[in-house]
Design a protein around this ligand. Sequence first.
Ligand code: ZN
Length: 332
Amino acid sequence: MLICKDCFLDEELQSEVASNANTEGRCEVCGNHGRLIDFLEFHPFFDELLSLFEPSTKSEKTIVDFIQDDWRIFKDRDIANILLNDIISTYAYSFSINTYVDYNLNIQERVAVWDRLKKSIKEDCRFFTNMDVFTQYNYLTPGKSLPIGHKLYRSRITPAGQNKIKCKKMGCPPKELATAGRANPIGIPYLYLSDTAKTTYFEVRALYLDRLSVGTFKTTRELKLVDFIYDVNLFLAYNDGEVSLAETIIKKKIIDAISADLSKPLRRYDSELEYVPTQLICEYCRHIVNADGITFESSLHTGGRNYVLFDENSAQCMRVDLHEITTIDIDK
Ligand SMILES: [Zn+2]
């Protein structure tokens, strides 16, 4: 079957078609005119990927749902149907394009490590939790560095009738006042920062006409961070061949699950018990991985990135600006 790059949404697959297409004409799948490649070239990759799934009575998703929802590989579901069906019939899979499937039990079992850890630390053993699985598989490694002098931001709501908050008050609270957060345990303050001033407006959940003191911080040394935004490309990972697709998928699913818990906004009615698992992950990153902090996506500002630095002296407040919230997006 001759296909063109427009059949894919995934950029790596698109560029693979663009650089290896050896004929030109009308794509047999999407109908676009362009340079074409035989889909057979991609069979080994998709065969390895689809072999990680099996029929499931508990699932309500098909192979197309998984491939598109988790990995956004094809331009649309119709194209996914045609091309995945080609793989399923060529390699005589035990499921069809309409069968409800799930990742195989080994993958599900491995990914469930985070749920098991959360349950065990909340209900069984707080201070001697076994983290061997995380060490064994190296799920958490310093994957992002910030150079010295990198700017980060932190806002606080300015108390009524007061001028902007001073630089020295923009950092962590003192230990005796440090309440528990998603990252830090009570009494052990960490420095919470964001990539832009705008992300901080959302993070402090500023209201209309609030006056914010916005601190611009600079990192005082190079920082190594564990990155909970794990943007892995399956086709690249497959071509690298360093780890199997199964291992790549397991790592991505575990990092995403931890990341979702890290970025959940704090709520007034939360029990502090809810924060213990992510606090454990941060202590692991700090004391076992020897990272200077972590970074993860802001759930309150799409595309924004948050930073948690374990040592409050690793970034210094350089200036504070006042910012009044004058518009509010009611949809947020
Ligand atoms: Zn096409």
